[in-house]
Design a protein around this ligand. Structure first.
Ligand SMILES: [Zn+2]
Length: 142
C-alpha cells in the first residue's frame, strides 16, 4: 500500500524490515490512509481478557497483581448481579474468597474504583501499552 501510494508511512520500526531478494523496506509502525475509511462503531466485548485489561491486571479490592486473578461479581449472582461491565471486576483469589457471596460492604472490602464500561479509545490505549512506543503520541499517551 505504501508503494502504490494509498498509505503514507508516518513512523517506521528502527530495526525490523521487510526483506525481498533485492531490497529491504522498513517496517511501518504508523501509517496514514490516503482516504478516510469509515469503520463501524464497535463496543468493547465483555470477556475475561478485556476485563483484565480494563482493570490493569490488578485486584480491584487490594491492588495485587499476578497470574491467579479471578473475576468477581460485585453484586453476587445470587442477589441478582449480572454479567456486565459495571458488575464484574478483577479480584485476587484471597479477596474473592473473603468476599464470597456477599457485597463488598458486607465483606468489609472496598473497590479501588467503580467499574464501568471502557470507552474504545481507553481500551486501545491500554492495549497499546504493550505495543510499539511510536503509537503513543497518536493515542495522546505522552
Ligand atoms: Zn485482592
Amino acid at each position: 500500500m505504501s508503494l502504490t501510494g494509498s498509505v503514507e508511512v508516518i513512523e517506521k520500526h528502527n530495526s525490523l524490515g521487510i526483506r525481498t531478494v533485492t531490497r529491504v523496506f522498513a517496517l511501518p509502525t504508523v501509517i496514514r490512509l490516503g482516504r478516510y475509511v469509515k469503520t463501524p462503531t464497535r463496543r468493547v466485548l465483555l470477556n475475561r481478557k478485556n476485563l483484565l485489561l480494563r482493570d490493569n491486571h490488578r485486584c480491584q479490592y487490594c491492588g495485587e497483581s499476578g497470574p491467579n486473578l479471578t473475576l468477581d461479581h460485585v453484586i453476587p449472582r445470587r442477589k441478582g448481579g449480572e454479567d456486565t461491565w459495571e458488575n464484574l471486576v478483577t479480584a485476587c483469589a484471597p479477596c474473592n474468597s473473603k468476599k464470597g457471596h456477599r457485597t463488598p460492604e458486607q465483606a468489609g472490602l472496598r473497590l479501588k474504583r467503580p467499574p464501568k464500561r471502557p470507552s474504545r479509545i481507553t481500551f486501545i490505549r491500554q492495549s497499546a501499552r504493550l505495543a510499539h512506543d511510536s503509537w503513543r503520541p497518536y493515542l495522546f499517551m505522552d
